[in-house]
Write a protein that binds this ligand. Structure first.
Ligand SMILES: NC(=O)c1ccc[n+]([C@@H]2O[C@H](COP(=O)([O-])OP(=O)(O)OC[C@H]3O[C@@H](n4cnc5c(N)ncnc54)[C@H](O)[C@@H]3O)[C@@H](O)[C@H]2O)c1
Length: 311
């Protein structure tokens, strides 16, 4: 592994073969950071890894991180993991290893590498069932899925080690956009529906179309990560990353139908542990990170479809 002299600017980004991690790693590399990316390619793809970063292929749940990663790092941005609530019920122990044990082991590495902070991919799933109003970060965590329990536990470990390793936990809502895995029909509401619409003109919706979510475009999310890396006001807190807009699944389907004409919809049984409705209170994101989401769902969907059609 290359040894970088300038560790002030050396970042470890995990999950670089995945959707958000690959876009973020490319952005940070373009910003002038030296990026060492980690992925085990259990779901991610080598072709997603941006040019210009050093790649370490490793499973965070089992590898000897202190031996295979740089001995010093400026910060760790942790996006590797199993990212589906539905899949977490197939193998809860596997989910725990991928999302929680991996985080704990990465914390241990980051402390040894004298990292100044760790930014962590948490999720709206930590909240569980909430009232029909924007959810604030101080809401009691009552996750409904094994995935949500693992993400909440990972946040707990970050708190435990926060005096030695300050953290920022970004509770992302439904992230969508180009780069999402269109072949995985169990992960990512927008990509699942869009893939079905483009492939067969028929969307099978698992659960009520009255459910509601907060759909946030990947570029807005990556901007939030870039700021969480720099702002000290963000340290040792959890921050919702969303748009603050409440969108019913039916409204999303209408927008997809407008973008992919002729699409029909069939409603099937819901998946275990699914939250009925949730959307973000984004005031902490605005105050601490200084941003609000800029891309509307209509615009983001159009960009996503245009990208899929040209690749
Ligand atoms: N996409 C969303 O809407 C969303 C919302 C909230 C939180 N998150 C979280 O953000 C992170 C990134 O999400 P994404 O959509 O890019 O997911 P993704 O599935 O596209 O990427 C995750 C990557 O992590 C890798 N990985 C999994 N387990 C690993 C391990 N043990 N060691 C090394 N690499 C491993 C996978 O191969 C994959 O490349 C995940 O932790 C996810 O739970 C995502």
């Amino acid at each position: 592994m290359t040894v970088h002299r300038d560790n002030q600017r050396l970042l470890i980004v995990t999950g670089v073969g995945g959707f958000i991690g690959s876009v973020l790693a490319g952005r940070l590399n373009a910003d002038g950071y030296r990026v060492v990316g980690v992925d085990d390619f259990s779901t991610g793809k080598r072709s997603n890894v941006p040019l210009g970063i050093d790649l370490v292929e490793a499973n965070l749940a089992s590898a000897s991180l202190e031996q295979i990663l740089p001995s010093q790092a400026h910060a760790v941005l942790h996006l590797a993991g199993q990212s589906s609530g539905e899949i977490s019920f197939d193998d809860p122990v596997g989910d725990l290893e991928k999302n929680t044990v991996s985080t704990l082991r990465l914390i241990k590495y980051a402390v040894a590498a004298n990292a100044r902070r760790i930014v962590h991919a948490s999720s709206m799933s930590v909240y569980g069932s909430v009232a029909d109003e924007p959810v604030k970060e101080d809401t009691k965590l009552q996750p409904l899925s094994c995935y949500g329990v693992g993400k909440a536990a990972a946040e707990g470990y970050l708190h435990v080690f926060s005096r030695r390793l300050p953290f920022v936990a970004l509770r992302m809502f439904n992230v969508y956009g180009p780069g999402q895995d269109m072949s995985n029909l169990r992960q990512g509401m927008v990509s699942i529906y869009l893939a079905q619409a483009l492939d067969t003109n028929k969307i099978v919706v698992k659960g009520s179309i009255q459910r509601y979510r907060d759909f946030v475009y990947v570029d807005d999310v990556v901007e939030a990560w870039a700021r969480a890396l720099q702002r000290d006001e963000a340290l040792n807190s959890a921050i919702n990353i969303g748009t603050g807009v409440r969108t019913e699944v039916g409204q999303l389907l209408n927008l997809i139908e407008a973008t992919v004409p002729g699409t029909t919809v069939e409603v099937a049984d819901n998946t275990p542990g699914d939250q009925f409705g949730i959307y973000a209170d984004t005031s902490r994101m605005a105050r601490v990170l200084g941003i609000s989401a800029t891309v509307t769902l209509r615009e983001g969907l159009q960009r996503f479809v245009d990208e899929v059609r040209t690749t």
